[in-house]
Write a protein that binds this ligand. Structure first.
Ligand code: ZN
Length: 309
């Protein structure tokens, strides 16, 4: 008897043919100096909006630094006016619809229907890759100048140390779009819960000085001294024993896990995606019809730096 072919609805949606124009061939720059890898976000004309092209290149750069025995510490920094304005929600290089060579075990999002599309993508590219970068067995330092906004926070927060120039500011304004914070929900670990609630509910800029006061950044230095301060710190760590550095990271991260960091973050990710779905149902768009321009305008109107007082 011939076997019957099972009929199955594969629940797929047509892929969208989006026009994607990349303005940079190298959205990440990489160099090694004195046993320190310098990884530089390089979409300066777009304030380092994070598209998939940039984030996969960043993953490549971190992997390269981990693989190179002559790299003993890693600095993450940026070209351009701001550290990062966040995820790319509207440049010509926005590549949401492009299938990528994925790094984790999530399936391709681009042919998935409804809320599944953003959920699968963000599991991989935002939550998954950030967790992966936090676990890098070499010390990482985020070197932050000017704006570190929304998705920008995620890149700074996965690093072990954060050094900011005195003109830096930190902000998560995504409540404007209905979200309970960005996908990598470390807010309540980066600052105490009451400050985190203020940070989220008001969505205002937090100055470097206040970020230092609440314990989110390690050092604040004049802009002119930022490069040399970070280089000196990274080179100091580079001279520490390799395994000792890896173990130190691991034990600190493990204690954060005992405090519930990852499980809390996974729960927050679920709420974040409930908000994406609600936006799609109510506003007809998963980010509530916002783009870079409308978010920048709403930031300008709401974000005088009242929080530095
Ligand atoms: Zn999202």
């Amino acid at each position: 008897m011939a076997e019957e072919q099972l009929e199955l609805n594969l629940e797929l949606a047509p892929r969208v043919d989006a026009d994607i124009v990349y303005e940079e061939d190298e959205p990440i720059l990489y160099e090694v100096r004195n046993y320190v890898a310098y990884i530089t976000l390089n979409r300066p004309t777009l304030h380092n909006a994070q598209n998939s092209q940039m984030l996969y290149a960043l993953d490549d750069a971190f992997a390269r630094a981990v693989d190179d025995d002559a790299v003993r510490a890693i600095v993450l920094r940026s070209n351009g006016k701001h550290f990062s304005q966040g995820h790319d929600i509207g440049t010509p290089g926005r590549d949401f619809e492009k299938p990528m060579d994925r790094r984790l075990m999530w399936y391709d999002h681009t042919n998935k229907p409804g809320a599944e599309k953003a959920f699968a993508r963000e599991q991989e590219i935002y939550l998954g890759m950030c967790k992966r970068w936090r676990a890098i067995p070499k010390a990482t330092i985020a070197q932050v100048h000017k704006g570190c906004i929304a998705g920008g926070l995620m890149l700074a927060w996965v690093c072990d140390l954060i050094v900011a120039s005195d003109d830096a500011f930190f902000q998560d304004p995504v409540l404007t779009m209905g979200f309970p914070g960005v996908e990598y929900f470390a807010h309540v670990h980066e600052m105490n819960v009451r400050v985190a609630k203020e940070f989220l509910l008001l969505g205002e800029r937090m100055s470097a000085a206040r970020a230092y006061d609440v314990g989110m950044v390690n050092r604040v230095v004049p802009r002119a001294e930022l490069d040399e301060t970070v280089a000196a710190m990274a080179e100091r760590i580079a001279r520490q024993p390799r395994l000792g550095v890896a173990l130190t990271k691991q034990v600190c991260n493990h204690i954060e896990e005992l405090q519930g960091k990852s499980t809390g973050m996974d729960a927050a990710f679920g709420y974040h995606h409930f908000a994406h779905a609600q936006n799609s149902l109510v506003k007809g768009d998963y980010i509530a019809g916002h783009d870079l321009k409308s978010m920048a305008a709403s930031n300008r109107s709401s974000s005088q730096d009242k929080s530095s007082a």
